[in-house]
Design a protein around this ligand. Sequence first.
Ligand SMILES: Nc1ncnc2c1ncn2[C@@H]1O[C@H](COP(=O)(O)OP(=O)(O)OP(=O)(O)O)[C@@H](O)[C@H]1O
Length: 271
Amino acid sequence: MAIEAPVLTTQDLTIRFGGHVAVDQVSCAFERGTLTAIVGPNGAGKTTYFNLISGQLRAYSGTVTLNGEDITRLGVPERCDRGIGRAFQLTNLFPTLSVRENVRLVVQAKARRGFDLFSRADSHVELIERAEHVLAEVQLLDQADQPVSALPHGDQRKLEVAMMIALAPQVLMFDEPTAGMSVDEVPVILDLIRELKNDRDRTILLVEHKMDVIRSLADRIIVLHNGQLVADGDPAEVMKSPIVQEAYLGNAPEDAEEARAKTATEEVARG
Ligand SMILES: Nc1ncnc2c1ncn2[C@@H]1O[C@H](COP(=O)(O)OP(=O)(O)OP(=O)(O)O)[C@@H](O)[C@H]1O
């Protein structure tokens, strides 16, 4: 069986802020149909790595490749056109318009940018259907006529996901999707991400601090520490690593530098 090329690759991806290297030569490939959790202590470079992939930040050196195309020098809209999706902040939306109208605006914007899913003749109907399909996928049809400003917090987060899906991305990026959610709301967003994962054409990247969330969703975990990729692999294995234990479970078994050296040694030993 032929091995499929990764959808997304970063190669030696690096950014500096002044003298501080926030993401340091991170090389990683993401396969289609997988969900990778990106973890690490506060300030490790997770959000900066996301920003480099989505185009909010430009790399100092290294490359980002999507389906074999070097997108490192492209801006956010061009990367979005090619299939990089990131959950919108609701501050970017129209709070007085309805949920449905907001989703339609994104669907229309996508169509206008030359996306060829919609034929000219019946484009209006298809755009409406596409928006309804997105609303159904995130289970917001019942709230579709409400103004965005009236949505409960959990539904607002669903709408953020809807806005991303409306752009038909191949790569879906979630930066702490459960942040600020109540205990009741967390399972709703988890179920939603799990549903999205069922579409094997989607490749999902998730920055998340809650270990139970990671455990329930991730196929793979990569660990960033001081901007460097220090562990990568099966969730159960990676969760045992000293850096993850220290950052997430409150243990401090070893100095981080020592832990990183140990992880690197283990990786070399594994070949
Ligand atoms: N625009 C910026 N200018 C200067 N320094 C920055 C900038 N953005 C991030 N940094 C620094 O880069 C490092 C990585 O930050 P980043 O937000 O990526 O970490 P993180 O792993 O996402 O942390 P957290 O889990 O706390 O969100 C930090 O030291 C941060 O202070």
